[in-house]
Write a protein that binds this ligand. Structure first.
Ligand code: BDR
Ligand code: CA
Length: 311
């Protein structure tokens, strides 16, 4: 049976590739995409989502539902430096999507779908955790009925990508990340920078994409991102943060996980958004999240390319 998935995105470049992976994966039943602010504004994330769905003629029956325009308590913190002014590296600038946005809001949609099919629906979040946190605040019972929650976020070993210690998604809305981590979700997985930084898409991978429109999209959308990565790390590549979270949902054997007690810092001059792991058990709290510690990166990249090459 296909696994029912709600994908929560803030469609920048890697979210876009994640959407392509989720739609094209035969293992998944994508029952909806919810959008939020993060890499770009809510409006831009929603527009980008629709353009990417159009690129592969995704069925119009996949609902696209708008969520939060701002983090729970903070001002938005966009990431145009990495994702470009439009959020997808200028790759689909001329496209105008006619796709209809499903009325309603993301938090209610998530609640409705989980409660409608208890124990069957999973949520994968590839942006700040605002929408999911709002769902939990509005209907705490979803915690016991969601099948699995996987989020791309955090850096368990404390090496961030926005600040010295914080990863973008947890930094952009640390209060939301904190709500999700403290909710008591039985099957919660963190796919953080510790593993996503190894999932590097190179030109070699892109050149194996057979469908011309998809090939061009991957090449164009990631161009600036790959250049920035080269300038920082000396490798022409870009990290597939968000697609890896979806990859882990498709095939959990891609990663090794450790059960950890983790909290998110929300009130610190230097460390807001840091995922703090109590590895010595000082808090005396049980593990609240399975954290991905190792990844078979090339196996994941092969899966990504294989799925994108499906007709
Ligand atoms: C995360 O931040 C965003 O820039 C990416 O889309 C990803 O979700 C990586 O830190
Ligand atoms: Ca993202």
């Amino acid at each position: 049976m296909k696994k029912k998935l709600i994908l929560d995105v803030d469609t920048g470049i890697d979210d876009a590739i994640g959407i392509l992976l989720a739609v094209k994966s035969e293992e998944l039943d994508l029952i909806g995409i919810t959008t939020g602010c993060g890499n770009v504004s809510l409006e831009a994330a929603t527009t980008n989502t629709c353009k990417v769905l159009d690129l592969i003629n995704a069925p119009s029956s996949i609902p696209v539902v708008k969520g939060s325009a701002a983090p729970l308590k903070r001002q938005p913190h966009f990431e145009h430096k990495v994702h470009g002014t439009d959020g997808i590296g200028g790759a689909l600038l001329d496209v105008i999507s006619e796709r209809e946005i499903t009325p309603g809001d993301a938090a209610s949609f998530i609640i409705e779908k989980i409660m409608e099919s208890p124990g069957e629906v999973s949520v994968v979040c590839t942006g700040p955790l605002t929408n999911l946190a709002k769902s939990i605040q509005q209907q705490p019972a979803i915690v016991d009925h969601v099948k699995e929650v996987i989020y791309m976020g955090g850096a368990i070993n404390g090496i961030g990508n926005v600040t010295p210690v914080a990863e973008f998604n947890t930094f952009a809305d640390p209060e939301a990340a904190s709500v999700v981590l403290e909710a008591g979700i039985p099957n919660l997985t963190q796919v953080g920078l510790d593993v996503t930084k190894h999932a590097l898409l190179t030109e070699k991978h892109i050149e194996t994409i057979t469908e011309p429109a998809l090939h061009d999209f991957l090449k164009q959308s990631t161009a600036t991102y790959r250049k920035a990565f080269y300038e920082q790390n000396g490798i022409w590549a870009c990290a597939m943060h968000d697609p890896l979270a979806i990859g882990v949902f498709i095939d959990s054997t891609l990663v090794k996980k450790t059960a950890c007690s983790v909290a998110v810092e929300t009130s610190s001059r230097f460390c807001d958004g840091m995922t703090v792991w109590d590895r010595q058990g000082k808090w005396g709290l049980p593990a609240n999240v399975q954290v991905c510690m190792e990844v078979e990166a090339e196996r994941f990249l092969s899966l990504l390319v294989d799925v994108l090459n499906r007709s």
